[in-house]
Design a protein around this ligand. Structure first.
Ligand code: ADP
Ligand code: MG
Ligand code: MG
Length: 250
């Protein structure tokens, strides 16, 4: 599904990612944890093609294609989805129009006809139910005046609408109360199939009680410094990151 080899990336000439290697197979859920400022959001940004970051070395293949050669739009059309740590508000663009454009652009890329208005509304209804997103929100401008929790729920709704092959959830749990966390996590689990994969970036073990990772990585100073099973997340919750820094000789 995704193969990252020796990925280096910089912003304004400052190297943030310093040799990332990561392999994600179909059906797998990987958690990426690590202290603030380690490069977790940078990695997501680089994967979706944020032009602020410059890839200086390494390769990324996604479904056998050279991901780094694709435009951000085509990365999305190929089935890559990022739920942002800080979702943006798009005043003046209604959720309905935004999602219709996104869904139909993807269909066009796949050589399919656009959905009719009634097909589209049916899809909206079906997918809103996955994250219990209120119809009132669906009729407002994208994220405008949404609470933190509503924005995060909306991210998962968009994910549901686009049915990505690989979803990256960047701290989707931050700012969520326990009920919203459960709804978001259950939404992600409902959308999971043996054909799709997920990268869950989080600071907290509690999200991983709901979304069970197969593999847990620690990203620190731009490198993956530790990889293990789900028990690693529990250990990090108990012991923090100092023992990992000590192992690295810091
Ligand atoms: P994490 O998500 O793990 O907390 P980030 O990827 O957000 O870490 O940040 C990694 C490093 O990159 C930090 O030192 C941060 O200050 C720097 N960085 C991220 N975005 C920018 C930016 N737009 N301009 C300058 N530095 C940035
Ligand atoms: Mg951070
Ligand atoms: Mg971050």
């Amino acid at each position: 599904m995704l193969e990252i080899k020796d990925l280096h990336a910089s912003i304004n000439g400052k190297e943030i990612l310093k040799g990332i290697n990561l392999n994600i197979k179909k059906g797998e859920v990987h958690a990426i944890m690590g202290p603030n400022g380690s490069g977790k959001s940078t990695l997501s940004s680089v994967l979706v093609g944020n032009p602020a970051f410059e890839v200086t070395k390494g390769s990324v293949t996604f479904g056998g294609k050279d991901l780094l050669a694709l435009s951000p739009e085509d990365r999305s059309h190929e089935g890559l989805f990022l739920s942002f740590q800080y979702p943006v508000e798009i005043p003046g663009v209604s959720m309905v129009n935004f999602m219709r454009a996104a869904v139909n652009e993807k269909r066009k890329y796949e050589g399919l006809a656009p959905l009719t208005a009634s097909e589209f509304l049916k899809l909206m209804r079906e997918k809103r139910a996955v994250v219990e997103l209120d119809n009132k929100l669906a009729n407002r401008s994208v994220n405008e005046g949404f609470s933190g929790g509503e924005k995060k729920r909306n991210e998962i709704f968009q994910m549901a609408m686009l049915e990505p092959k690989l979803s990256i959830l960047d701290e989707t749990d931050s700012g969520l109360d326990i009920d919203a966390l459960r709804i978001v996590a259950e939404g992600v689990n409902k959308l999971k199939t043996p054909e799709t994969s997920c990268i869950v970036i989080t600071h907290y073990q509690r999200l991983l009680d709901y979304i069970k990772p197969d593999i847990v990585h620690v990203l620190y100073k731009g490198r993956i410094v530790k990889t293990a099973g789900p028990e690693l997340a529990l250990e990090l919750e108990k012991r923090g990151y100092d023992w990992i820094k000590a192992e690295l000789g810091e």
